[in-house]
Design a binder for this molecule. Structure first.
Ligand code: FO1
Length: 328
């Protein structure tokens, strides 16, 4: 069994590589739900949906989130009424949130509903929310944020939800701190800790270390379970040549006092990961990464195509001695 700790877009691409090189029946994605939000009364799980839609081949490849072939009539109606329209929910995507919300209201837990949704998309792998309990990533602003189109002004020190930071404010305001609300009381989804304990490899996907991998590890028991498997834990750096490929990970690392580089990632991950995979662009930093106490593997990590994602998946698993299936 291969377990992958996953955020959104980067993790989804990595998983699309992994399913090409290992039997999907032997693959479990443990996914961040700190980005989840309730909007229009609907429960939205962006990272679960990004992983699901990507593996189903139904993702909007331009945005990296939402569905292909989307229309926006419902959002346009909300906008007409002056409602909340900064978070773009397409008409097809809305169907997922309607279904999820209805099932949750009937008493199903998020893991059950996610299994139903992934089965409907014929996914072979298991996609599991790290917890079925509420987990919310909260961001405290380091500076005043002036009023913008569709977003009210806020003073420094205000705490806002992750999507208010990421989407409503286009992650343009500096961050003073990040808090994972609900983490103390959250219970890991049943099976998650056992999957980690029994995994041949635990892959930390190239996701934001603070707001994607952070909430997964914040669920009580998960960090400990991963650390106990440190020798088999292999992380892929989401930072290449000092920059995040997507999103604010580089700025956020700097703002929170970390180095926005493979060395900064190594420092954060060394307590629980035995190996860090870095891009060829950072090959000159291998010694500095290894000085942090992990093995370092250099390979192309930018997933521009299914082939490059498969090659990265192969190299990542080989780094912890896990054999992969030959290319079809
Ligand atoms: N990201 C945006 O930048 N703008 C959006 O309007 C937006 C809508 C959205 C709707 C559903 C969904 O599943 C994801 C959506 N995302 C949007 C992406 C998402 O909020 C972030 O990329 C992740 O939370 C970060 O991992």
């Amino acid at each position: 069994m291969i377990v992958t700790l996953a955020g959104g877009v980067g993790a989804a691409r990595m998983l699309a590589g992994l399913v090409q090189v290992v039997d999907p029946d032997h693959l479990t994605a443990v996914v961040n739900v700190g980005d989840d939000l309730v909007l229009h009364g609907l429960h939205i799980s962006p990272d679960l949906d990004t992983v699901t839609y990507t593996l189903a081949g139904a993702i909007n490849t331009e945005t990296g989130w939402g569905l292909t072939g989307e229309t926006w009539q419902a959002r346009d109606m909300v906008e007409r009424y002056g409602g909340v329209s900064w978070f773009g929910l397409g008409d097809r995507d809305l169907g997922t949130h309607l279904y999820r919300t209805q099932r949750l209201s009937e008493g199903a837990d998020l893991a059950t509903v996610t299994a139903e949704i992934t089965a409907a998309w014929d996914l072979g792998l298991r996609v599991v929310p790290v917890t079925c309990d509420p987990l919310r990533t909260m961001v405290t602003l380091a500076a005043d944020d002036p009023e913008g189109p569709g977003s009210p002004g806020l003073p420094a020190g205000s705490e806002i939800g992750f999507q208010e930071y990421f989407v409503q404010r286009h992650h343009s305001v500096p961050v003073a701190s990040v808090r994972i609300a609900g983490a103390d009381a959250a219970r890991p989804t049943p099976g998650v800790l056992d999957a980690i304990a029994g995994a041949d490899a635990v892959v930390v996907a190239p996701s934001n270390p603070i707001v994607s991998i952070g909430p997964v590890l914040a669920v009580p028991g998960v960090r400990e379970a991963v650390t106990a498997r440190r020798e088999q834990v292999v992380a892929v750096s989401p930072i290449v040549a000092g920059a995040a490929l997507k999103g604010p990970a580089d700025r956020m690392l700097t703002e929170l006092g970390h180095e926005a580089s493979v060395v900064g990632v190594a420092r954060l991950y060394a307590p629980f990961a035995g190996t860090l995979v870095i891009d060829e662009a950072d090959a000159d930093r291998v010694d500095e990464v290894e000085a942090e106490g992990l093995r370092c593997v250099v390979t192309p990590t930018v997933m521009r195509s299914p082939e490059t994602a498969a090659a990265l998946a192969r190299a990542t698993l080989a780094a912890v001695g896990v054999a992969t299936e030959p290319a079809p």
